[in-house]
Design a protein around this ligand. Structure first.
Ligand SMILES: NC(=O)c1ccc[n+]([C@@H]2O[C@H](COP(=O)([O-])OP(=O)(O)OC[C@H]3O[C@@H](n4cnc5c(N)ncnc54)[C@H](O)[C@@H]3O)[C@@H](O)[C@H]2O)c1
Length: 480
């Protein structure tokens, strides 16, 4: 779509709307982190939302107002939606689709089992089932929110058509597929959805753009009353709407994650150099980040990125390039730097303890970042496995992720502590892997007394080096 067209569509779509319009009937397919957040937020904004998932146990929990994963305020918002009947959950796809005007696809797109691309079977299955169950009637806009390889918009369309074909001669079904990539971060998912930096719509059909712009109107204009627990950030103005074609929208999502991942790998490479030359990476990051062309965000050196998105999205973009015979050298390097970076803490342990064999190492944090219990791609798991291989006795503590870790990674060579002080007792070293506030705010004087030897490896540069050294700790950060 040309720039002029884009502006024309945005202007007209926004003009056609006003605050107080009736809510939109929304169905969300897949009620995990992204789907449930989307469902709860749009219900909060006055729409009628049905969440559908194939996981019966999950739907049972959600119906009872319990969110079985950790995301700040999501349970509160879900309960509010259930109480005012704006939000409901079902495993019945027919019921889920019967009234829908906008259908979001928010199913998982994990790495493919061979690690070489994206597992798209959840998307294809969901799209086929949508096709099998859409009935003739008003226009339905099917919106792909899952992060998918470029070109998936048309691919989803083809699976919906295959599903429709299964129905036989049910009459004409009017639908259009659009892309609406998701940029939320776990740990601040609701804030990111209510107060996003931008909304991206990938569509060429004016009706799809109009429907999505109508749904997003309160967010774009910021004219909703914020939830009591999440006030609107000071200075938060209107939210830019980026309307592009679907392929561009899909690439925007991958490019955003690849850029952020590369920025972290970049500063980690500088941090490793700082360790050699004796410079301080925190000061380097500030010194370069104050340049507005660079910016200070995402320049925290440490053990690198993990999670359910960055690793798989960077790989997906590398594979995408390969499909066209292009080698994405920069992205490959960013990935490789990151894959090695998590083991920097082991090198530092070996520097201080000489050998880790038979030593008790306490791991502070399992989740891939604070304020989530998500363990997908978590550096802690690789670090623990490596320490296990090296003969260390590994203990771990995480404020929220231990329950999930026991269930999802039963063979992890680690035992669990009740809290940070229990973890510290008798430990030869602690490794900070996830920068939970509970760890940065802990009583480190008590911790020093409880440890066999007060050694701390700060994999996130989140602790106060001078203060800890004053308490008698041997402190090692990454590039500081
Ligand atoms: N988690 C994040 O921080 C984040 C951020 C931005 C984008 N994304 C993208 O959003 C998508 C969803 O991610 P997520 O973290 O919410 O995944 P998730 O694994 O938490 O949730 C996916 C849900 O989809 C359900 N599902 C699978 N197949 C289904 C089907 N055929 N019909 C109905 N439900 C089905 C699963 O049961 C599960 O509950 C992915 O493409 C991801 O890359 C995730």
């Amino acid at each position: 779509m040309s720039k002029n067209n884009e502006l024309y569509v945005q202007k007209n779509a926004l003009c056609a709307l006003k605050a107080g319009d009736d809510g939109v009937k929304v169905t969300v397919i897949g009620t995990g982190w992204v789907g449930l957040t989307t469902a709860a937020v749009f219900a909060f904004l006055g729409n009628d939302v049905i969440g559908y998932d194939v996981n019966e146990k999950l739907i049972e929990e959600l119906r009872a107002g319990r969110v079985p994963f950790f995301e700040p305020h999501l349970e509160e918002l879900t309960r509010e939606g259930l109480a005012n009947r704006r939000l409901s959950f079902t495993t019945d796809i027919g019921a889920a689709l019967s009234t829908a005007e906008i259908i979001f696809l928010a199913v998982g797109t994990p790495p493919a089992p061979d690690g070489r691309g994206v597992e798209m079977s959840f998307v294809s299955r969901a799209a086929t089932v949508i096709g099998e169950n859409l009935r003739p009637g008003k226009l339905r806009v099917v919106v792909n929110k899952s992060t998918v390889p470029v070109g998936s918009n048309g691919w989803v369309d083809s699976f919906i058509r295959q599903g429709l074909a299964q129905q036989g001669d049910a009459g004409p079904v009017d639908f259009v597929v659009a892309s609406n990539p998701e940029f939320l971060r776990e740990g601040s998912a609701i804030a990111d959805t209510l107060y996003p930096d931008r909304v991206v719509i990938g569509a060429t059909d004016a009706r799809a753009i109009e429907a999505l712009t109508r749904l997003y109107h309160p967010i774009l204009t910021q004219d909703f009353t914020p939830p009591s627990f999440l006030p609107r950030p000071a200075g938060r103005g209107k939210v830019p709407l980026v309307v592009v074609d679907p392929v561009t929208a899909e690439l925007i999502k991958y490019a955003a994650n690849a850029f952020l991942a590369t920025k972290i790998s970049f500063i980690n490479e500088i941090a490793n150099l700082c360790d050699f030359v004796g410079a301080n990476v925190k000061d380097v990051a500030r010194g370069i980040g104050l340049d507005h062309r660079i910016g200070e965000a995402f320049l925290n050196a440490g053990i690198g990125w993990g999670g359910s998105c960055f690793p798989k999205d960077v790989i997906a973009l590398i594979r995408e390039a390969e499909a066209y015979g292009y080698e994405a050298k920069l992205l490959k390097a960013a990935y490789e730097v990151n894959a090695a970076q998590r083991f920097v803490v082991i090198r530092k342990l070996q520097e201080v303890l000489k050998t880790v064999r038979g030593k008790t190492i306490g791991i502070l944090g399992l989740a891939f970042k604070p304020n989530t219990d998500d363990l997908r791609g978590a550096p802690a798991l690789d670090i623990i496995r490596k320490l296990g291989e090296l003969g260390a006795i590994v203990r771990a503590y995480d404020p929220v992720a231990m329950h999930r870790c026991r269930a999802e990674v039963p063979d992890l060579p680690a035992s669990y502590a009740n809290d940070i002080y229990n973890l510290a007792t008798g430990a030869d070293a602690l490794v900070l892997v996830t920068e939970w506030e509970e760890f940065t705010q802990a009583n480190w004087a008590d911790i020093a007394r409880l440890m066999r030897t007060p050694v701390v490896i700060d994999g996130r540069n989140a602790l106060n080096k001078k203060y800890l050294e004053g308490l008698g700790f041997v402190y090692r950060g990454v590039g500081v």
